[in-house]
Design a protein around this ligand. Structure first.
Ligand SMILES: [Zn+2]
Length: 62
């Protein structure tokens, strides 16, 4: 059973790992992992990035 309160990067199988929203890389225990969350249509949306650079690229695209 997955504990939803676990810190990101702990006990994450590669198959369950999030993909970078910018470059598509699997993010597994990356120290540069960035997560962006926002509320859309009443639910929490989450986007993962493998690095600050990828997050910045996505910010530019928006
Ligand atoms: Zn990336």
């Amino acid at each position: 059973m997955v504990d939803p309160t676990s810190d990101l990067g702990e006990d994450v199988d590669e198959a369950d790992a999030p993909s970078c929203a910018s470059c598509g890389s699997k993010i597994v225990q990356s120290p540069t992992h960035r997560v962006v969350t926002w509320i859309e249509d009443g639910s929490v949306q989450t986007r993962h990035f493998c690095s600050e650079e990828c997050k910045a690229e996505a910010d530019d695209a928006w």
